[in-house]
Design a protein around this ligand. Structure first.
Ligand code: ADP
Ligand code: MG
Length: 256
């Protein structure tokens, strides 16, 4: 479903992603863990070309993203084509990024109406189904400031799903939440996983990552240091750097 080939990203002299190659199968759940600054967010942002990679290629469901092949050479796509293909990926951010002047329902319908040109009644029917899925039917007319962080994040997930993405990218979706609100967001993500969605999840919730993932990837300094099945990576990591990182975060989480 996702193919990342030799992806590189530089900010000036700083090489943030160094030759990342990764395939994600249809329906696969991948968790990405790693220290702050290791390039996790940049990797997610390069997958849907919110951030333009410095090198390498990304394919979603077989389609090259951000570029096209013309006479055997890669040339940049125009913005309209890119916007059309970007619909294939739904992204959920640490900060929920809802439109403050729109209700929960309007936050969900705006993408389908503006980008997919869906008629209002159809977009609203779809949005109500999604609000039901995330347990927020009663909040359809609430503005973001009237919702808790957990509720806002569930609306943000519904908003991403409204575009019928092929893959969902989660960037620390629960990191900005009060501890008692984390569970309700993880529950929605767990349900989505059960429905067969392809998911790439950057998270610090190690227990959740272990439970939900088909594969866990440990990144550090812009490279994939190690990847494996969750029980292998969490219980018997092969690399020293992975061991050190896990000891630091799991030690801390044991006290939470
Ligand atoms: P992570 O999500 O793993 O914490 P990021 O992908 O956010 O890491 O960042 C990786 C590195 O890239 C960090 O050193 C960060 O400071 C740098 N970086 C991220 N975005 C930019 C930017 N727009 N300009 C310059 N440096 C950036
Ligand atoms: Mg990040």
């Amino acid at each position: 479903m996702v193919r990342i080939e030799g992806l590189r990203k530089c900010y000036g002299a700083l090489e943030v992603l160094k030759d990342i190659t990764l395939d994600v199968m249809r329906g696969e759940k991948i968790s990405i863990i790693g220290p702050s600054g290791s390039g996790k967010t940049t990797l997610l942002r390069c997958i849907n070309w919110i951030e333009k990679p410095s090198g390498g290629h990304v394919y979603i469901d077989g389609n090259l993203i951000g570029e096209k092949l013309v006479g055997g050479r890669h040339v940049a796509m125009d913005d309209r084509e890119l916007a059309r293909l970007r619909v294939g990926t739904g992204m959920v951010f640490q900060r929920f990024n809802l439109f403050p002047h729109l209700t929960a329902l309007q936050n969900i319908t705006i993408g389908p109406r503006k980008v997919l040109k869906m008629p209002a009644t159809e977009a609203e029917a779809g949005a109500m189904t999604l609000l039901d899925k995330v347990g927020l039917t009663a909040k359809r007319d609430a503005y973001p400031e009237m919702l808790s962080g957990g509720q806002q994040q569930r609306v943000a997930i519904a908003r991403a799903l409204a575009m019928r993405p092929k893959v969902m990218l989660f960037d620390e979706a629960t990191s900005a939440l009060d501890p008692e609100l984390i569970g309700e967001v993880l529950a929605v993500m767990r349900q989505l996983a059960g429905e067969g969605m392809t998911m790439i999840i950057v998270t610090h919730e190690m227990k959740f990552a272990e439970e939900i993932s088909d594969r866990v990837i440990f990144m550090d300094h812009g490279v994939v240091v190690e990847q494996g099945k969750p029980e292998q990576l969490f219980r018997s990591p092969a690399q020293q750097r992975t061991q050190t990182f896990l000891r630091a975060v799991l030690g801390r989480q044991a006290y939470q």
